[in-house]
Every structure is written in structure tokens, then in C-alpha cells.
Design a protein around this ligand. Structure first.
Ligand SMILES: Cc1cc2nc3c(=O)[nH]c(=O)nc-3n(C[C@H](O)[C@H](O)[C@H](O)COP(=O)(O)OP(=O)(O)OC[C@H]3O[C@@H](n4cnc5c(N)ncnc54)[C@H](O)[C@@H]3O)c2cc1C
Length: 369
């Protein structure tokens, strides 16, 4: 997208607000940066990376969202290689098994390269943010966007934390942002996009509301003594609920050699059925299931409830860009529900935004008579 007719040279810098700094939002922001736009990212969390997340505490860490990612698309494979070259991603080749109660242990068939962030899953997002900030773009964390509104000057963004801090804080943000944006891209999970879309694009909101996301309980286990060596495997696809995935997180590449840490993910249907259960009862059930695989009781555990982990299969993706509104959508839920799909979706939304803004800039630049 980096060509001589970028938005920067054609029209000054078009100002785009990207809501959400997960992989989709960061990919979108990076592509918009390359096209010459001025990007401002907002995220409600304390750090970027979204569901590619890592829990960190005294003496241990654990990726409790995305476990690894694959790169089947050539452009995404190129992006992954650049992360590998930068030292923030590495291939992970665990001793991998599959298990079901009926069939017992087996070897999974598909040979695929599995990539992980190093030293934790958040590393590629951190690298993308550093590059964007070095180029002068802004990331506002702990900014929960509650509304996007079109005015005659462009899009304005409402932020819950600033509303709580009072009108003066919001006015200061508006002033710092040059008050309005030429375009907005929502890079948030579908259910979080719906309330933002309802007032400004109700038909879109209705379509997005139909997208069904599924939950996932995650359980992080810590062991004082190593257990992986005795088991003879480091990760397993589990085809008997309540579990679906078990992995020795501390054996991923580049992890600090602290406590041995394991991650259990519960099956989507089981998680949805038990999403309101207490962490204690979920932990007891998942640890009992892990014991069937040979995992002993841990010294300590932490549970995390993902209400919206992934997208149910069969989702029909809406369009990524409305040229009349100058409003875009991206996210894993629009493209197969994985890290790779999130990256591709963000890049595609940026391309459509860029093409449409450039067309508008060209039209505006035409002499009146
Ligand atoms: C348990 C689990 C296991 C997974 N395993 C894998 C795996 O093994 N392989 C794989 O490829 N993928 C996996 N995934 C999926 C992968 O994590 C996602 O596909 C990808 O990270 C989604 O990126 P995204 O940018 O679309 O969304 P997100 O990562 O969800 O980013 C959206 C961002 O928007 C922010 N946000 C939301 N609403 C607002 C608002 N109103 N205002 C401001 N900010 C807002 C959020 O804080 C978040 O940072 C897994 C996910 C989970 C939860």
C-alpha cells in the first residue's frame, strides 16, 4: 500500500480512529499507516493484544487465550517471518497428541507449523504498537468506546472513562485528537460492535447481531515439580468434553524458566453451558478431566472465563466498509475466527477504507469549474 499516491501526499493525512487494539485493529492500523493515514487506536484493556493474551503474576506466566497460530496465507506468512526476524515470534513444535475416552491416545494427522509470540503471546502486538507509536500514531488504553457519532466535522468518539472523569477530560481528548475523524473502523468482537453500530448503522447492527460467538473457560495450573517429562507429551487435543486442549505453556519457546505452567481450555459447548458457574466448580471439573490424561493435581490454579472466545462456524461475514458512512468493520469473526483471519480482516478493512478515502480526496481536490 506504500505508493507515491498515498493519502498523505494526496490529501494531507486522513484521520482514522480504530476501536480495538487486538490483532485485527493493529493490522488495520498498520496498513492505514502504510497508506499515509493518521491513526488513533482505542482499547478498553490495560494492554493491547486482545484475545492473544498472557496472564502474568509473581513467578509465572501463561497464555490463556490464543495458544498458537498458523499462517496459510502468503501475505500473513510474510508478516510472521518478519516477526520471527524481529525475535517476537517462534515456531513451537510440542510433543503433540490427541485423546478421546473412546479411542485413547493417537497422533494428530495434520503437519502444520505452529507459531507463538515470544516470550509471550502478546509479543507481536507489542511490536506492532511500538512501530505505530514510533511513527507518531496514538494508542489510548483503558478507553472504553461507548459511542461513535457522525457530525458535520466528521466522526467523534465517546469514551466511558473520560465521561466518568467529567466533561473537561473529554473536551481535552477531543482537542488532542483534532476533534473529529475522517473515518472509523470497529475492530472489536461482533457482540461488542453491535451497540456501537445500532445508532449509526442499524441494518449493519442487525446483521452483526446474528453472529454467534462461543465461550471458553481457561484454567492455568502451576506445578512446583515438572510433570511434562513424566507424561511424555506437552500438548494434546482432547476430543471428549469438558476439555478440548491441554498444553504445557512453560515449554513454549522463549519462556522464562520459572514454574511449570499448564493451560487447559474447555470445549465451547461445555463452556457455554457452564459460563455462569463459579471458578471453583469449573476448576474441579476440568482438573478431574485432566487427571484422566495423567496430569496430577497442581500446587495452584487460576481460572479465566472467556464469554466470547470464538465464532460459531457458518458465520456469514458482513461487508467490511461503508463508503457513505466512512465506517469499517474488522475482526476474526469476519474471517474464520483465528489470529490469521483477524490479521487478514484488519488489512482488508484498511484497504477498502484507503481506497474509498482516496477516491473522496481525489473528488474533493477536483477544481470547481
Ligand atoms: C480461549 C481462546 C483460545 C484461542 N485459541 C486460538 C488458537 O489456538 N489459534 C488461533 O489462531 N486463534 C485462537 N483464538 C482466537 C484468537 O485469539 C482471535 O481470533 C484473535 O486474537 C482475535 O483478534 P481480534 O483483533 O479480532 O479480536 P480481539 O483480540 O478480541 O481484540 C478486540 C479488542 O477490542 C477491544 N475492545 C472491545 N470493545 C471495545 C470498546 N467498546 N472500546 C474499546 N476497546 C474495545 C478489546 O479490549 C480487544 O483488545 C483463541 C481465542 C480464545 C479466547
Amino acid at each position: 500500500m506504500n505508493d507515491s499516491s498515498s493519502l498523505q501526499s494526496a490529501h494531507g493525512a486522513a484521520k482514522v480512529a480504530v476501536i480495538g487494539a487486538g490483532m485485527a485493529g493493529l493490522s488495520c492500523a498498520t496498513a492505514l499507516h502504510e497508506a499515509g493515514c493518521r491513526v488513533t487506536l482505542f482499547d478498553k484493556s490495560r494492554g493491547p493484544s486482545g484475545r492473544m493474551s498472557t496472564r502474568r503474576a509473581e513467578g509465572w506466566q501463561c497464555d490463556h487465550g490464543a495458544q498458537y497460530f498458523t499462517a496459510r496465507d502468503a501475505a500473513f506468512a510474510e508478516q510472521v517471518q518478519s516477526w520471527v526476524d524481529a525475535g517476537c515470534v517462534a515456531a513451537w513444535a510440542p510433543r503433540l497428541r490427541a485423546w478421546s475416552r473412546e479411542a485413547g491416545w493417537s497422533q494428530p494427522g495434520e503437519a502444520v507449523t505452529r507459531w507463538v509470540g515470544t516470550p509471550r503471546m502478546t509479543a507481536p502486538a507489542a511490536a506492532m504498537v511500538a512501530a505505530l507509536q514510533a511513527a507518531g500514531h496514538a494508542l489510548h488504553l483503558q478507553h472504553t468506546v461507548t459511542g461513535v457519532h457522525r457530525t458535520t466535522y466528521g466522526w467523534r468518539i465517546r469514551v466511558a472513562e473520560l465521561e466518568a472523569a467529567g466533561a473537561a477530560a473529554h473536551a481535552a481528548l477531543d482537542a488532542g485528537l483534532d476533534a473529529a475523524f475522517d473515518a472509523v473502523v470497529l475492530a472489536v468482537p461482533s457482540h461488542q460492535a453491535v451497540p456501537l453500530l445500532q445508532p449509526v448503522a442499524p441494518a449493519w447492527a442487525e446483521q452483526v447481531e446474528a453472529v454467534r460467538m462461543r465461550g471458553s473457560w481457561a484454567l492455568m495450573l502451576r506445578y512446583a515439580q515438572p510433570v511434562a517429562t513424566g507424561l511424555g507429551w506437552e500438548a494434546a487435543f482432547v476430543n471428549t468434553p469438558p476439555l478440548r486442549w491441554v498444553a504445557c505453556d512453560s515449554h513454549k519457546p522463549g519462556r522464562p524458566s520459572a514454574q511449570e505452567t499448564w493451560l487447559l481450555h474447555a470445549d465451547a459447548d461445555w463452556s457455554d453451558a457452564h459460563i455462569e458457574d463459579t471458578p471453583e466448580s469449573v476448576a474441579a471439573t476440568l482438573m478431574a478431566a485432566a487427571a484422566e490424561l495423567g496430569l496430577p493435581p497442581p500446587q495452584a490454579w487460576t481460572a479465566h472465563r472467556w464469554r466470547y472466545a470464538d465464532t460459531a462456524p457458518g458465520t456469514a461475514a458482513p461487508l467490511a466498509w461503508d463508503p457513505a458512512l466512512r465506517l469499517g468493520l474488522c475482526g476474526d469473526w469476519m474471517n474464520a475466527g483465528k489470529v490469521e483471519g483477524a490479521w487478514l480482516s484488519g488489512r482488508d478493512a484498511a484497504r477498502q477504507a484507503y481506497a474509498s478515502l482516496r477516491q473522496a480526496a481525489g473528488a474533493n481536490a477536483m477544481p470547481a469549474g
